[in-house]
Ligand binder design. Sequence first.
Ligand code: H79
Length: 464
Amino acid sequence: MRKKHGRQWLVIGVTALATLLALVAISCSETMRSDPTPKKELTKDQRMAWWREARFGMFIHWGLYAVPAGTYNGKRVDGIGEWIMNNAKIPVKEYEKYADQFNPIGFNADQWVRMAKNAGMKYIVITSKHHDGFCLWDSKVTNYDIMDATPFKRDILKELAVACKKRGVKLCFYHSIMDWHHPDAQAPFYPNYNDTSKSNPNFDRYVDTYLKPQIAELIANYGPLGVLWFDGEWIKDWTEPKGKDMYAYIRGLQPSIIINNRVGKGRQGMEGLSKSSEDAGDFGTPEQQIPPTGLPGVDWETCMTINDTWGFKAYDENWKSTEELVRNLADIASKGGNFLLNVGPTPEGLFPRPIERRLEEIGNWMAVNSESIYGTTASPIGKPAWGRCTAKGNKLYLHVFNWPADGRLDVPLAGAKAGKAYLMADKKHAGLPVSGGQDKITISVPDAAPDSIDSVIVLVTNNR
Ligand code: H79
């Protein structure tokens, strides 16, 4: 071998050094990537921040039950529309046939999200899967879904995820633990799928090879999600340890996610709520009711139908008025809760016209008054006779449902707190005369109410 010259050695030496430095640099950056300074876990307050700010969301119940729309074999079926499979005792094979007819060509995700956003709603919770087991996305663990079982073949959840992202609305999923279609869950319980005395010996297999993988799909392909909203947790085979395991599993997949209390066993009622609700989920879920004095110390959300059903029923015309809906929103905010208002779209993919109208009218009220809802906390003065009160910073928002005939609005608050007051509807914030007594503040208001449903007066308090 020819002896190397000095210059060659120098080249080799420099090359070796450069390679070494490069390797060190790569391994350093690898270290930084795979082993970062351990990220602090989000606190519950941090995780809940957007949700507490939001105060108002849209619930959407949509699935195969929209096809029969409350009628089976020519007979109207009592009860909520999405329960028709159980209530009319429809066999699995027969119910499956509704998938052939599920072709909602009117569905426009962007329009749905726009309607929610225009109403002032900050998040949407849609049924990825209800008790009937049908899935609104392309699930890899079943063919009983929108892509494989219907003529529609469009991934509804994907289209909603895109539209929500575009418009800054948080996407959330309702996912039923109970499953009337799955052979390892409640399908064999026919004709009473909801028989809570029955157990399925294969239920663990359903959880491990179906339910959990589905949750993983939803988070991986449609996330990051705002909330996972469980239901149907009252079945015999669901247990508190299973709930805790599921909660931990989900938080492992997406640490920032919020999970409702029904992930735990038997949480339908308000009695299941504890103040340290970490193990029972993140928030309570009073259904079709507003807790009379809220649930102090606990995050909670009232979910409510806009008529008398969650899933579309063609003949349910018992619509709540816009007045009732806006006042419910103010009432709930005044008690420190969120309002999740449900809509049941038609099998064509449309919101029934009465729903559209109400959302528009709520939106008109919110366009003026949303400051009195978003990010507010519970009333420090209870329930005044004339309406409700919400609070934020040094402002009280007086939601006047019953406008005073004598032009004087009494606020049960020490007079020393009296500061400026003005109508939310008055862009100039012109001051209203305020006088302070011993234990009440009196605001002089115009003769006519600015809003027949809920006129908001802002009372800026001082801390003297
Ligand atoms: O998705 C909507 C409804 O389909 C679902 N929750 C809302 C958000 C719902 N279905 N039924 N209910 C709510 C009330 C059902 C209560 C009962 Fe039971 C289930 C009665 C008997 C079984 C749980 C266990 C409550 C009482 C015993």
